[in-house]
Design a protein around this ligand. Structure first.
Ligand code: ADP
Ligand code: ZN
Length: 233
């Protein structure tokens, strides 16, 4: 192979694209962060991007705020634009784990087109399989350290000293505005009506993989790691 061919081959080599599917509270964010650390892929959460837009008070953020607090889905147009901009950042060349996108068929089709334009494809869409009933308890009890982002839970994982982060010693804890029992119901409804059909969508493309996500976090992470390693090999 001469140098020219090598350069071309490298520049056009597709980087991995993974999608995490599953209801709110399934652990997509937790697992995506663990995969990011282990495999050097970039976690891309439209929920995080939208919360940043809300905090920054951009037009998209202003339009999204009330919908998010009510547990509905933000418009496809806004979310697709935010995701397209984020995918244009150079760090995504390492490969991406999409966490919380796509959430509708329109978004899935937009993603297909976007990837096709860039000569990329989806390596796997991984569905985190969980019981809905447990999701309400999981979400309504969760909170994070404002300083370092470490996650805690009222029932499952309290810091050793009440109100103080085990990891960084921070004493300010925060809860997401939409992590309350009332809003969780709407979020689960939106998931079943608009996002669950994507399981069949990716099944039809031969990209779907399922994992039992009800057990221990580290055990699920080990299963995910093996699954992803095969998918991007
Ligand atoms: P969770 O998966 O726990 O519901 P996220 O952080 O992924 O949390 O999303 C929080 C909220 O942000 C959603 O309830 C929704 O209002 C909005 N959102 C995030 N991603 C999308 C998306 N792809 N399409 C539409 N709305 C979205
Ligand atoms: Zn902390």
């Amino acid at each position: 192979m001469d140098t020219d061919t090598m350069t071309t081959a490298k520049a056009s080599a597709p980087s991995p694209v993974l999608i995490l599917l599953g209801p709110p509270g399934a652990g997509k964010g937790t697992q995506a962060r663990m995969l990011e650390e282990k495999l050097g892929l970039v976690q891309l959460s439209t929920g995080d991007l939208l919360r940043e837009a809300v905090a920054a008070g951009t037009d998209a953020g202003k339009a999204a705020k009330a919908v998010m607090e009510a547990g509905g889905l933000v418009s496809d147009e806004i979310v697709i634009n935010i995701l397209r901009d984020r995918l244009a950042q150079p760090d995504t060349a390492k490969g991406v784990i999409l966490d919380g996108f796509p959430r509708t068929t329109v978004q899935a089709e937009a993603l297909d087109r976007l990837l096709e334009e860039q000569g990329q494809k989806i390596n796997a869409a991984i569905s985190l399989e969980v019981d809905d009933t447990e999701m309400v308890t999981r979400i309504a009890g969760r909170y994070t350290c404002a300083a370092c982002g470490e996650g805690y839970h009222d029932l499952y994982k309290q810091p050793v000293t009440d109100g103080t982060c085990d990891k960084c010693g921070g004493t300010e804890m925060k809860r997401r505005a939409d992590d309350n029992a009332e809003t969780v119901g709407s979020r689960l409804k939106a998931y079943h009506a608009q996002t669950a059909p994507l399981i069949a969508y990716y099944g039809g493309k031969g990209a779907l993989q399922k994992i039992d996500a009800m057990g221990d976090i580290d055990q699920i992470a080990a299963g995910m790691h093996a699954m992803v390693a095969r998918a991007i090999a």
